[in-house]
Write a protein that binds this ligand. Structure first.
Ligand SMILES: Nc1ncnc2c1ncn2[C@@H]1O[C@H](COP(=O)(O)OP(=O)(O)OP(=O)(O)O)[C@@H](O)[C@H]1O
Length: 322
């Protein structure tokens, strides 16, 4: 590749000034996103051994999105969720959720963040609900702890949320009297009780069969559509891609690819169909993660050749190797 981007004598000073101005006027990365992670790093050190769980992860989530994060075991999903939940702090990088800076928050702010800005649903149903409270009492509790409203108003909101999530019949039951799916739908109601900006769910269907999991995804869709809550669901289930509009894959602590689903209308027949397209992620330094099956198929290793074409960039194996 012989692309030369250095300023040459033919580049006028005025042109360089114009480029610098355009660059300076560009809005900051993720300025209009509800969640923005910028080159996020999390290093764990155990017995002197360092594990880089997040290795410069970039992620933007817009307000009102319902999206999924997928990835193999150990790819860094839970680490990212714990940081977004305000339960863990990143080693480096930047992370903001609804205007809150997750790196500089003090203890008091962190507590307010966890109570008001984010709601969580965990995989283990026991972690989501208190066993000695009924479904309605579980949903009312976060509102009570926040000290908002009268008891009658809190009970009315709990009822409305349970009804929306189709578990009104469980209102007077304790968790052990409900099915796993009913418990998780009640857990979503609990997480929504204080109207958080973001709902985070870490493997919420991990303990459920596929039919019940489908109902849980339906409940997330209802919450997203009716309340406009931004929802991020972590799962290792690749099937989730058919349940949400955007699925981001994490590999080795970085976002590696994204699947977008959209409805397209055939211009001639007028028929609607859902089209899913996979994209590779280009990070802010211009780095691209190529899928292993592509690079292996062409024997690409270490070095590749690039060529800039009119509307695409070509990538070829290094043909100087024997
Ligand atoms: N508290 C910790 N101390 C040391 N290493 C950790 C800690 N938490 C996570 N790790 C390591 O960080 C890496 C990412 O772990 P993480 O739990 O985020 O992955 P995951 O994608 O959520 O995996 P799974 O799907 O199995 O839950 C792993 O190598 C893990 O061993």
């Amino acid at each position: 590749m012989t692309t030369d981007t250095s300023p040459t004598s033919s580049t006028s000073l005025a042109e360089l000034e114009r480029r610098a101005k355009t660059h300076g006027a560009r809005p900051a990365y993720g300025h209009d996103a509800l969640i923005s992670c910028d080159r996020l790093v999390r290093i764990f050190t155990t017995d002197g051994v360092e594990v880089q769980a997040l290795q410069g992860l970039d992620l933007l989530v817009e307000e009102g999105e319902l999206m999924a994060l997928v990835g193999a075991s150990g790819s860094g999903k839970s680490t990212l969720m714990n940081i977004l939940a305000g339960l863990d702090e990143p080693t480096a990088g930047a992370a903001k959720v609804a205007g809150c800076d997750l790196l500089t928050m003090g203890a008091k702010e962190r507590l307010r963040y966890r109570r008001d800005v984010v709601g969580f649903v965990w995989q283990q149903t026991a972690r989501n609900l208190l066993p000695y409270l009924t479904a309605a009492q579980n949903v009312a509790l976060p509102m009570q702890l926040r000290g908002r409203g009268r008891s009658r108003d809190r009970a009315a909101r709990a009822d409305a949320l349970l009804t929306m999530l189709e578990v009104a019949h469980c209102r007077d039951r304790r968790p052990h009297q409900m099915s796993g799916g009913e418990q998780q739908r009640t857990a979503i109601a609990v997480a929504l009780a204080n109207s958080p900006s973001v709902l985070l769910a870490d493997e919420p269907t991990g303990e459920l069969d596929s039919a019940t999991a489908e109902q849980i995804f339906e409940a997330f869709r209802t919450a997203n559509e009716e309340l406009g809550t931004t929802i991020v669901i972590v799962t290792h289930d690749q099937q989730v891609a058919s349940e949400v509009r955007r699925t981001v894959a994490i590999r080795d602590g970085r976002t590696s690819s994204e699947v977008l689903r959209r409805t397209e209308v055939d211009a001639t027949t007028g028929q609607e169909s859902v089209v899913a397209r996979e994209y590779a992620m280009l990070d802010r330094a211009g780095r691209l993660q190529l899928p292993a099956e592509y690079t292996q198929a062409l024997g690409m290793e270490h070095r590749v050749m690039l060529e800039l074409e009119q509307d695409h960039i070509g990538i070829w194996p290094d043909n100087t190797r024997d």
